[in-house]
Design a protein around this ligand. Structure first.
Ligand code: ZN
Length: 90
């Protein structure tokens, strides 16, 4: 399966905001939730994982937004269900 990587490097994996900055190539700051000096590559990787999971728990439609609290509420799942599912181990 292909995951759209668009904006994964500038989207905050924690809150989904794009109101972010990169003080250096390696560092990531979020002006919305206060995430600071986060590893930029890790942030991007987490966004890609979240998009993948959103795709799997969703209806198969293309997902461009990471899983957020609001998204999980809408889909009726919680983070334990998403992260503890066999999707990650199979
Ligand atoms: Zn944030």
């Amino acid at each position: 399966m292909k995951v759209n990587e668009r904006d994964t490097s500038k989207t905050c994996h924690k809150c989904g905001s794009e109101n972010t900055s990169r003080p250096t190539q390696a560092r990531f700051d979020c002006d919305t939730c206060g995430l600071e000096s986060y590893n930029a590559d890790l942030n991007g990787a987490k966004n890609i994982l979240q998009r993948f999971l959103a795709y799997m728990v969703g209806d198969g439609a293309f997902v461009n937004k990471p899983i957020t609290e609001a998204y999980m509420k809408k889909k009726g799942v919680n983070s334990e269900q998403v992260l503890g599912s066999s999707l990650l181990t199979s």
